[in-house]
Each structure stands twice: as structure tokens, then as C-alpha cells.
Design a binder for this molecule. Structure first.
Ligand SMILES: [Cu+2]
Length: 655
């Protein structure tokens, strides 16, 4: 670390200017409210010797918290809301359990191969009864996670079985990719399939069952689907078992075909078993790996959102909020950001008796924005209502946005303060999907309700089966505050009955959002002006757990570099070389690219970015060419896949 101050001075000036203007635009969005003003996060003090990789959380009748860990232990935490909780081990030797539920003195746990009941029959504080309720086969594939249980009101339980991974999601043994319903006596009924990675599931206020899905093969982006008996959610592998006794549907694996390039919604028009997601979670914008679902039971818990759902995200260590309505008998609705900044990857959410949300976290093998490998935190509301979009409702010819506080009339009446863009994803065997068929919609007029709690937008050309980005950027409340989160993503499966827009289809501006844009900072062929070989060849690869294989590379100022990045990991990564101390600002900007992220290859167009590679899929490699700056200093290199910049970075030392 020996950059001379005079040498980096121009950079500091450039940075300061950028920061000034950058903050100005941020100010218009949310500087007057922050998530932390309304929702505090408190970390549970866990003794160092306990590896609390929380796979599940459950409270007993006395308010003690049971935690089941991926290491196979069950811990009871007394006084979890206090600064000095006490911990006692209740059970052990389970096989990577991912879920626990409490009922009438016993704990129910899904471990990899069975649903088991644990009880302390002699009252010594230690489980002495381990009773198998229902067992399912395993092949041993590492990806055969099993989740749950969650109780239904009648005492039956739901569990879900993850697909295996053999380069693609595969159902290698009975009922993998299914949700199963199991009675306490161990009678099992296959309930629904098409699941890939169903870590999150739960009931809404009406007792309807929802599950959350992660992006992957056949899954263009994360989603939340209302599951009823016999539903097919979209991943075809689970259909391999529909010939078995008890299957509630007859759809076969061979019936699903991606050769025509249809979306899931389009396929659902001819395959009635397909249940479209009630809500899509646009990948990298609304998390990257949705997890547990938690019903907001009343308005005293986190604000005026009773009946809505909180949804965790493992990879982005955050909690989102979902509002659903029923249109033509089907659920659909909007997802909003809610609270980010948790310490590790969120897998479980549970209400404590103190009305706080207890958050169970683990990242081992999966990575997360939160830097810790595991932990438990609780989120509490301070009682002050944030200025938010409380909900978005579909109309036959637009949307109604309802706010948590009255809006300022002038800013709410300005049509330029709103935008609506719709898009969807591919449905095919590829892993994930870019944003496709994107259109900016025309808002023709709007009106503000008399109580100023809602705004009605009239929008041309809404399309069923599309996700709508609904933005209310510079709408203020009466106190002059801007929205804490100005964007919601509404999944429009059904347009309500009623008057339609003048133009029903195909209006708006098509956006070229599907192809990677050209960047002058990514040179993948040796520049014509280089008449000699590069001065230096640099090789960089990856390590598991969101790391490069080197975190310090030293080069001479002004040298010509051939820089090869080999992505030998199991997820996408890139390398972006930035000005000194800019990895954070570039990484954060990459997380805010929204629907443009694919087209920009997750590289924000900003001066701090000097050079970058493509976003490389697992197994890909690329060489870029550039000239090292003349100014010595510690430059950064960083992966800008949303969330990776926290840990996936290093220093390019120029001397
Ligand atoms: Cu990365």
C-alpha cells in the first residue's frame, strides 16, 4: 500500500464528483427514510463452540426457541429475546435437517431421508424418543435436500423434496420434486409436483398453500406458486413418478416440450395442470434464491401489511414482501423489497412470542451477501409506519397503487413520476433465463383518490402472463418523504373484467433487452495497435465460497496485459477491474441495474470501471486485453454478479 497521494489525486476528484451527483439522485429516492429507521436487526449471541447452521426454527408453548442445524443437532434457546440467552442441546445425529415444527410437546423434523418426531418423554431436557413417521428413499446425491414439515390446521404435515443435481435437476428416486402430505400416523399422499428447489413453503391467511422456487433449469427466475392437489409448477423431472399409485395427476414427463419456445404461461394455455406462479421474483432484483414464507398476521407486527407474506432470500440475505389478490379465481400480485442486510443466508423465518421475526441463516456451500457462515437474528419494527406502496392491484386497464400514508397531491399527479414496463422469462431446459419481450408501457392518465391514499394508473396494452415493473419514483408523502422502496413487480396472470385500454395488445416500445450490450471496456481480442506480445499474462480462477483463487496480483504501471479468467465454479462470475477502493461502489451499482442487468452483463456504466470480462457461466473461460494505468496504486478486481462483490474480490497492485 504505497500509492502516492499526488498521483491518485485526479481519481479522488473524479470520485468526488461522481459521488456528489450519485447521492443527489439517491436523495430523490430514499435518503429521508432507511430500512433501518423502521426495522432493527439484532444478532443472537451464540457461543463460539456451537455451529448454529440454522436449518429450522420453532417456538414451544413457553417461548423457548428450538433450532435444528444442518450439522444434525437440535438446540433449545431459553430467553432468545434477551442479551444473554442460554443454550442446551436437545437432540443430535440427524441428517442435514432443513426444518422443524413444534406441536403438543414434540418436535417434527424433516431430515434427508425421513420425517421424524423427537420427544423428551422423561422430562430431563433431552430427546429420548426418535420416532420415524414416514421415510423416503435417497440415492446419496448431495442435492437431495428435504424440507419441512409445516403443519396444516388438521394436524397433517407437508414436506418437500428437492431435485438431485447431475449437471441438471433430476428426480433420481421416488417423489423427488414433489410436495408430500403426511399424517401423524405416517400415511403419505403425493400432493403436487414440478418443484425444483422448494425450500420455502407455508400457508397464507386463508390457509392456502404456497411454495417458493429458485432460478435453475426450467425455472427462468424465482417464483412463488399457489399449490393445490394435482398441480404441476413447471420443472418436468417430478413427472417421472406420475404413473405410480397415488399420483394426483396424469401429466407425463414426455408431455413437456420446450422446442416451440413458449413461455410457461403460454404452455399453461394448453396444459391445464400447469399452475402459473402467483408472483415472479425477478432474478437478482428481487433476490436470487427465495426461501421461507411467513404470514404477516396483523398490523402490529411490521406495519399495515396484515395478510401479506414475508419471503426470505438465501443468496441476498434479505427479506421481501408479497401482496396477493385473487383475479378470476387465481392468485396474483406484487413483490416489494422490505429489509436487507442480514448476517448470512436466510433460510427460515419465524414469529417469536415478542412479535419479532426470528431469522435462521446458513451459507455453507451456497454463499450469501451476508458475510457470516451462519447465525440467528431478529428483526423488530419500531412502530413507525414506513412510507411504502402498501399494495398494487390490477385493473382491467391499469393498476391501482395504494400507499401506507397520504401522498402529496402535486407529485402524485405528475405522470412522469411513474413507469410501467412488462417482460417475462423463457421456459426451457436452460439454467435461468434472460429478461425477454420487454416493453415500456404508456401510461395515458392517472387519478389520485380523495383520501390521497391511492393512485389509479391507466396503462395501454397490458399483457396477461407478463410481469410488470411498476415504479413510482418521485412520489412524495405529505411530509415530503419519498418511498422507501419505489418499485414493485406485479405478475399479471389475469386482467380483471371491465373496460379495456384503447389498444389491447402490442403497444409500447420494445426494448432490446435480450442481447448483451457492447462495452468499450471489454476487449477480447488482442488490440491491433499491439505489435508485440502482451508484456504479462495473468491467469485467474475461482475457489468455492465466492472467492477468486488469488487476492493479490502485482503488475508494473503501463504494462500490456492478457488477462484470462477461468470460471471453474458452479455459478456465474465475472472480473471487473476498478479504480482504487471502488469495489464496493461498483458492486453496489451492479446490484441496482434492474431489468438492464442482463444487457449490461452486470457491469454498471461508470467511470470507476476500468476493464471487465463477460459474465462467464460455469466452465467458461475468457481472455481480455488492456493496458495497466500509469498511476501506481491498489486497484480492485471484483465479481459484479449481484451479491458476490462482498467477498469475491482482490487487489491489483500497480507499482
Ligand atoms: Cu461471482
Amino acid at each position: 500500500m504505497k500509492p502516492s497521494k499526488t498521483c491518485i489525486f485526479p481519481f479522488i476528484v473524479a470520485l468526488s464528483l461522481f459521488t456528489f451527483f450519485g447521492q443527489k439522485s439517491l436523495f430523490a429516492q430514499s435518503s429521508d427514510q432507511s430500512e433501518g429507521d423502521h426495522f432493527s436487526i439484532t444478532t443472537l449471541n451464540i457461543p463460539d463452540e456451537i455451529v448454529m447452521e440454522a436449518g429450522g426454527l420453532a417456538f414451544d408453548d413457553e417461548g423457548n426457541l428450538a433450532v435444528v442445524t444442518r450439522r444434525g443437532e437440535v438446540w433449545i434457546v431459553n430467553n432468545p429475546q434477551s442479551e444473554n440467552p442460554t443454550f442446551s442441546r436437545f437432540g443430535q445425529s440427524l441428517h442435514e435437517p432443513l426444518g422443524i415444527a413444534y406441536r403438543e410437546g414434540a418436535y417434527y423434523i424433516a431430515q434427508r431421508g425421513e420425517l421424524v418426531r423427537l420427544e423428551d418423554s422423561n422430562g430431563d431436557g433431552y430427546a429420548d424418543l426418535y420416532q420415524t413417521i414416514y421415510r423416503w428413499p435417497l440415492t446419496g446425491n448431495y442435492h437431495e435436500y428435504s424440507y419441512g414439515p409445516k403443519f396444516l390446521p388438521n394436524g397433517d404435515m407437508l414436506v418437500t423434496l428437492n431435485l438431485s443435481w447431475i449437471g441438471y435437476g433430476a428426480s433420481l428416486t421416488d417423489w423427488r420434486g414433489w410436495m408430500l402430505r403426511i399424517t401423524q400416523e405416517g400415511e403419505m399422499t403425493p400432493f403436487a409436483t414440478g418443484l425444483r428447489s422448494p425450500l420455502g413453503f407455508g400457508l397464507n391467511a386463508e390457509g392456502d398453500i404456497f411454495y417458493t422456487e429458485n432460478e435453475g433449469d426450467w425455472i427462468g427466475s424465482g417464483w412463488m406458486t399457489h399449490l393445490e392437489e394435482g398441480d404441476f409448477a413447471g420443472h418436468p423431472e417430478g413427472l417421472r413418478w406420475t404413473e405410480m399409485d397415488g399420483s394426483p395427476l396424469d401429466l407425463r414427463f414426455e408431455d413437456i416440450d420446450d422446442s416451440e419456445g413458449l413461455t410457461l404461461f403460454e404452455q399453461s394455455q394448453s396444459i391445464p395442470e400447469i399452475k402459473n406462479p402467483a408472483t415472479w421474483f425477478p432474478h437478482t432484483i428481487m433476490g436470487i434464491s427465495t426461501s421461507d414464507i411467513l404470514l404477516i398476521e396483523n398490523d402490529d407486527q411490521v406495519g399495515p401489511f396484515a395478510g401479506q407474506l414475508l419471503v426470505g432470500d438465501q443468496g441476498h440475505s434479505k427479506i421481501m414482501r408479497v401482496y396477493h389478490e385473487k383475479v378470476n379465481g387465481e392468485y396474483q400480485g406484487a413483490v416489494f423489497d422490505f429489509r436487507e442486510g442480514f448476517q448470512s443466508g436466510i433460510v427460515k423465518l419465524e414469529w417469536g412470542p415478542d412479535n419479532q421475526v426470528y431469522v435462521g441463516m446458513t451459507s455453507r456451500g451456497w454463499g450469501s451477501t451476508g458475510r457470516d457462515q451462519y447465525g440467528i437474528q431478529r428483526m423488530s419494527w419500531n412502530g413507525e409506519i414506513p412510507f411504502e406502496m402498501q399494495k398494487i392491484n390490477a385493473e382491467s386497464n391499469g393498476f391501482t397503487l395504494t400507499f401506507t400514508k397520504p401522498v402529496d397531491h402535486q407529485s402524485a399527479m405528475d405522470i412522469n413520476n411513474y413507469s410501467v414496463t412488462d417482460f417475462t422469462y423463457r421456459y426451457d431446459a436452460a439454467y435461468g433465463s434472460p429478461v425477454i419481450n420487454r416493453q415500456n408501457k404508456t401510461i395515458t392518465r392517472l387519478s389520485v383518490s380523495d383520501d390521497r391514499m391511492s393512485v389509479r394508473l391507466y396503462v395501454d396494452g397490458l399483457r396477461e402472463g407478463y410481469i410488470n415493473e411498476v415504479r413510482a419514483g418521485d412520489v412524495f408523502n405529505e411530509a415530503g418523504q419519498s418511498l422507501l422502496h419505489p418499485v414493485g413487480y406485479y405478475t399479471l396472470n389475469n386482467l380483471p373484467e371491465g373496460e379495456r385500454s384503447a389498444v389491447a395488445e402490442g403497444t409500447g416500445v420494445e426494448r432490446a433487452g435480450d442481447e448483451p450490450g457492447l462495452s468499450t471496456k471489454k476487449i477480447t481480442e488482442r488490440p491491433a495497435g499491439w505489435d508485440t506480445e502482451p508484456d504479462v499474462r495473468i491467469q485467474l480462477a475461482t475457489e468455492p465460497g465466492l472467492q477468486y483463487d488469488q487476492n493479490l496480483i502485482t503488475v508494473q504501471a503501463g504494462s500490456r496485459i492478457a488477462f484470462t479468467f477461468e470460471n471453474d465454479d458452479d455459478m456465474a462470475h465475472n472480473v471487473v477491474i476498478t479504480l482504487p477502493e471502488s469495489a464496493d461502489s461498483v458492486g453496489e451499482a451492479a446490484m441496482n441495474l434492474g431489468l438492464d442487468a442482463d444487457a449490461l452483463e452486470f457491469v454498471p456504466r461508470m467511470d470507476e470501471v476500468l476493464f471487465h470480462t463477460s459474465m462467464l457461466q460455469p466452465g467458461q473461460s475468457e481472455t481480455i486485453y488492456f493496458e495497466i494505468p500509469d498511476t501506481p496504486g491498489d486497484y480492485d478486481f471484483v465479481c459484479t454478479f449481484p451479491g458476490h462483490h462482498i467477498s469475491m474480490r482482490g487487489v491489483l497492485r500497480v507499482y
